[in-house]
Design a protein around this ligand. Structure first.
Ligand code: BGC
Length: 779
């Protein structure tokens, strides 16, 4: 009988189970073994009609019942601030149970709980992983516990000699335990577990999706380096795609031979792996063969960011036979929803790179990068990319979960840290500052717009209010956020600026004044808070924020714009923010936009924005009548531009516009990721404007679709397809002879408006559900 479709019951009483653990293994910088736990129990009489396993860990769990793996989740229960909460998973395990003796076995890995996180020493949350589980017969009206974690469990070490998310995993197949999670196994030499005092944290089901394994990409043996002289042998493989995950090998060879598997995103000119940018992340796995036939192995408790790997071993006269080397792609289970394509092959590769940047960094939290010793939930990156993310994949649950993490991380005085979960890394300040901390407005608002989910606003509104109170108290003077008077007087840090902008300033933080960025995002945040308050029916708040917004706009205009329509600082980002957030007097918009265009032309049609300006620049150019300039930036192939990395073989989005250049080679190894999604934020514009698929903010979640194609540049066709909450919608346009051909699909229950650029005219502007084909001629 299959019970898969029935919803899983909640874990009503986790307190009835006991946390089990073992004495701490390893210290601040070591890489310790994973521990195996098991318990045998009897089922006498009939098997339960339905049995559910509720399970969680401080650390990572991998569970087996009677020798069979439970579920398909990876890195469960995921990453939360374990000092505050941990998520549990529930599985229907009815089909795994047997009459008589049954065994539940769990391997616990360090994961984020006690492994390395970013640059820090190990054991950020606790010294040693612990397990809490309850296997329940839920056939009747009250659940009956069949086996729960308690003092009757036993533990042992096994083949996983080292496990760490950043450092890698070491597996000695000679130490495999056999049928350790099956009945009849002799666990006589296993050791009793320790009982851990229950931590005072909340234990709840995750609002987000689990992490899963996805594509498997074959590794191609690179020619030329198959044999290396000397006792060390190397085989290098290329997966053809920068990815996050790990390597699965199928090999045979002598017992005791150790294979070292190293990972890298790039090769150096001599063909060796470029690993300098990994910083302290060892990103190396080890497999020791047991011998006697084909062996297959994939690590369990680690992941790496890589396109290439190499297998290294000592030649002791007898070499292994390598049957296959595959890349296993791992990310949160956010189903694919959106597709984009057009007539320009490099832009299609860019779209693919954006999607892969997302796959590579949406792993439990939206991380900055998957490879170096960082992999943190950077707020600035997440807010820049969220609209693009919400097109390519269903990230609604993912952001519900991360915004809960954000609320957990918000300090008592209301500050929103730069990385979430809060890890206090790199001596970072408590407040993420402009654009970064503003994820607390931008992310819930984006999820509302893209999915029509007002629940997320209700959940998150108090955090917005607390953050605005915090700003008013500590970071704002005369409506100017990061006003130099406060910053200087309190030796405050002014924010990350326009991070990594190549705007001629020569500074990592770019040249846009920090009080300008601060005040622009302050206005934007207050605007979102006002709209949210209005939607939720908090009239008084809405009025207060409306008034405040007006005051901030006035203060911005007075301080940062000139009567001639200049924006002080003279950076692309300064103009972009002022125009996008409506901080320029209406009468001066045209001249301000002209100045922005001048800056771009003077820069020979190259982008000069960093993390802060990049998501908006294309929107601003289109909205102010400079579509041609936007296309010039989009199609620009020389650096800095979106297509420069594509031209140079990138398969993901680079952290820096100049991560690698022919003239200078690799950028500073201290910060040079080739898999950062922030600049992929242009994906939102490619979909909404190049293809022309938009939601209507007045009817979010694509209840009312706006088809607004803006053909331009060298493109002859473009298309976007999206699975919306109402069903699939799509648009395809093609320029053919003197006509514009349009294919549009409006899902059931939705309506659409067609908004065409000159010179095209349509007899119909309003469209109902169904497929529509229009051939338009210029008026
Ligand atoms: C991260 C970023 C982040 C930035 C902020 C970097 O180390 O990788 O993506 O936004 O720091 O300063």
């Amino acid at each position: 009988m299959t019970t898969e479709t029935k919803p899983l019951p909640d874990w009503n009483n986790p307190a009835a189970a006991q946390w089990i653990t073992c004495p701490p293994l390893g210290g601040a910088r070591s890489v310790p073994p994973a521990v195996y736990y098991r318990r045998s129990f009897q089922i006498s009489g009939a098997l339960p009609a339905r049995a559910v396993l509720h399970i969680t860990a401080l650390g990572l769990f991998d569970c087996e019942i009677n020798g069979r793996r439970v579920g398909h989740d990876v890195f469960a229960p995921g990453w939360t601030d374990y000092r505050i909460r941990v998520h549990y998973h529930s599985y229907d395990v009815t089909d795994l149970l047997l009459p008589g003796e049954n065994v539940i076995g769990v391997i616990l890995g360090d994961g984020w709980y006690s492994g390395h996180v970013a640059e820090k020493d190990r054991q950020l949350y606790g010294e040693q992983p612990a397990l809490l589980a309850s296997l329940e017969n839920v056939s009747g009206s009250t659940p009956v516990v069949l086996a729960a974690t308690d003092a009757d469990w036993v533990r042992s070490l096994g083949p996983i000699l080292e496990n760490d998310l950043l450092m890698g995993e070491a597996y000695d197949a000679r130490r495999e335990l056999g049928a350790w999670s099956s009945p009849g196994f002799n666990a006589g030499n296993w050791t009793p577990v320790l009982i851990l005092d229950s931590p005072a944290i909340s234990i709840e089901r995750s609002p987000g999706p689990p992490v899963r394994r996805h594509e498997i990409l074959p590794g191609k043996l690179l020619a030329g380096d198959a044999e290396v002289a000397g006792p060390q042998r190397i085989r290098r493989f290329d997966f053809g795609q920068n990815l996050t995950g790990r390597v699965r090998i199928r090999v045979s060879g002598p017992r005791g031979l150790n294979l070292r598997i190293r990972h890298a995103e790039f090769l150096k000119p001599d063909g060796s792996l470029y690993t300098e940018n990994l910083r302290t992340a060892r990103a190396t796995d080890h497999y020791t063969l047991k011998g006697g036939g084909l062996e297959e192995w994939e690590p369990r408790f680690t992941f790496h960011g890589f396109r290439y790997c190499e297998l290294v071993w000592q030649d002791v006269g007898s070499n292994p036979f390598i049957e296959s080397v595959e890349g296993v792609v791992i990310h949160s289970d956010t189903p694919r929803t959106g597709h984009f394509a057009c007539s320009h092959p490099l832009l299609n590769q860019l779209a693919s790179n954006i999607l892969w940047g997302q796959k590579s960094n949406f792993l439990e939290v939206p991380t900055d990068c998957p490879q170096r010793d960082e992999r943190l939930g950077w707020t600035g990156d997440a807010q820049a990319f969220i609209r693009t993310a919400a097109f390519f994949m269903d990230v609604r649950g993912f952001f519900h979960k991360w915004l809960q993490d954000l609320r957990d991380a918000q300090s008592a005085d209301g500050a929103v840290p730069p990385v979430i979960p809060q890890t206090h890394s790199f001596g970072l300040p408590g407040d993420g500052g402009p654009a970064w901390a503003d994820a607390t407005f931008i992310c819930p608002w984006a999820i509302y717009l893209c999915y029509g989910d007002s629940g997320i606003l209700r959940e998150h509104y108090p955090s917005m209010v607390r953050y605005l109170d915090y700003l008013a108290e500590y970071k704002v003077k005369n409506h100017i956020r990061m006003h130099p008077d406060i910053v200087e007087a309190d030796s405050l840090w002014g924010g990350f600026g326009d991070w990594l902008a190549l705007d001629g300033s020569g500074r990592t933080e770019g040249g846009t004044p920090k009080d300008l960025i601060g005040t622009a995002f302050y206005a934007h945040g207050v605007d979102i808070a006002e709209k949210t308050a209005e939607l939720l029916g908090y009239e008084a708040d809405a009025d207060r924020y409306r008034k405040l917004h007006g005051e901030i706009v006035d203060a911005f205009i007075a301080r940062f714009t000139t009567p001639a329509g200049h924006v002080i600082g003279g950076t692309q980002t300064g103009y972009v923010l002022a125009l996008h957030f409506n901080l320029v007097p209406e009468a001066l918009r045209v001249s301000a936009a002209k100045e922005l265009v001048r800056l771009i032309v003077r820069n020979d049609y190259h982008i000069g924005t960093g993390f802060v300006g990049t998501p908006y620049i294309q929107h601003v150019l289109e909205a102010t009548g400079h579509l041609d300039i936007a296309y010039k930036l989009l199609e620009q192939e020389t650096f800095p531009s979106w297509l420069f990395p594509v031209k140079n073989g990138a398969t993901t989005i680079w952290e820096r516009w100049d991560g690698w250049t022919p003239e200078k080679g690799f950028q500073d190894v201290g910060m040079n990721s080739f898999n950062h999604y922030a600049y992929g934020a242009v994906g939102d514009w490619m979909v909404s404007t190049v293809a022309g698929l938009q939601f209507d903010p007045a009817q979010p979640g694509y209840g009312h679709i706006i088809f607004k194609p803006r053909p331009g540049g060298t493109l002859t066709w473009a298309e976007a397809r999206l699975r919306t909450p109402h069903g699939e919608t799509s648009i395809r346009w093609e320029l053919k002879d003197a006509s514009l051909l349009l294919d549009l699909v409006v899902p059931k229950g939705a309506t659409a408006t067609l908004d065409l650029p000159r010179p095209w005219n349509s007899p119909r502007a309003q469209l109902g559900a169904g497929a529509h084909r229009l051939t338009l001629t210029s008026a």
